[in-house]
Design a binder for this molecule. Structure first.
Ligand SMILES: [Zn+2]
Length: 223
């Protein structure tokens, strides 16, 4: 398991949060017991912990299910939802790295095709969309709350080139990173509204264009 992902899941063990219950299983090597991440027992040292994506794998590796948190009772998630939650956990932990569908699929030991299709069925959007939205949220937070430079922020959310980051960010938000930063810092809210109203004007011109095609679409059945 990747170090960033380990840290993320271990944090929920330390805080006794149920975020990853049924998604990962905590094997404690000193006691040979496997727990839910939210188990109320004493928090094991990180150096003694191994996380497993299934209970079966933990048992296979020689761990007994904890009598206190009963990991065998399972979570509320079905197997596909567990996989989707694992994809999200990896994205949330590794968004700063080069994260392709292939990389995700390899870390879950499943095919890219199966991952893409199943994830989309569960979430109704693709893993790529999720990755972009995590990167955008992190970049926006860093622009507003930190003093990091634009290139540094781009790197921190997975872009090697500053110009690529700027073009991507502008495409998503309609503002360059520098503009977004200045508009969202204290006392600059009114400028953002001006920028938005300009965009609305350019969109109104396109209204009415699709009417010619309307008749051809009515015959198609919904899938
Ligand atoms: Zn337990």
């Amino acid at each position: 398991m990747d170090e960033a992902l380990f840290e993320r899941v271990y944090q929920t063990v330390a805080n006794r949060e149920s975020t990853y219950d049924g998604v990962y299983y905590t094997g404690v090597r000193t006691t040979h017991i496997v727990c839910r991440p939210s188990c109320r027992a004493r928090t094991p040292k990180a150096s003694n912990v191994t996380f497993y994506p299934t209970l079966a794998e933990a048992i296979e590796a020689g761990f007994r299910p904890c009598k206190r948190c009963k990991p065998e009772a399972g979570g509320k998630l079905g197997p596909d939802a567990v996989m989707a939650a694992q994809v999200d956990a990896i994205i949330e932990a590794q968004y700063a790295q080069k994260l392709t569908l292939q990389v995700l699929a390899e870390s879950l030991a499943i095919s890219p095709f199966h991952l893409q299709r199943t994830y989309k069925q569960i979430k109704s959007y693709s893993p790529a969309t999720k990755l972009e939205s995590v990167r955008l949220t992190k970049a926006q937070a860093k622009l507003v709350k930190s003093t990091m430079g634009i290139a540094e922020i781009g790197k921190a959310v997975g872009f090697r080139s500053s110009s690529h980051f700027t073009a991507w960010f502008s495409g998503k938000t309609g503002l360059s990173p520098a503009e977004y930063r200045s508009h969202n810092r204290l006392g600059a809210c009114q400028k953002t509204e001006e920028a938005n109203s300009e965009q609305e004007e350019t969109l109104t011109e396109q209204e009415g264009a699709p009417t010619k095609q309307a008749g051809t679409l009515t015959e198609q059945k919904k899938h």
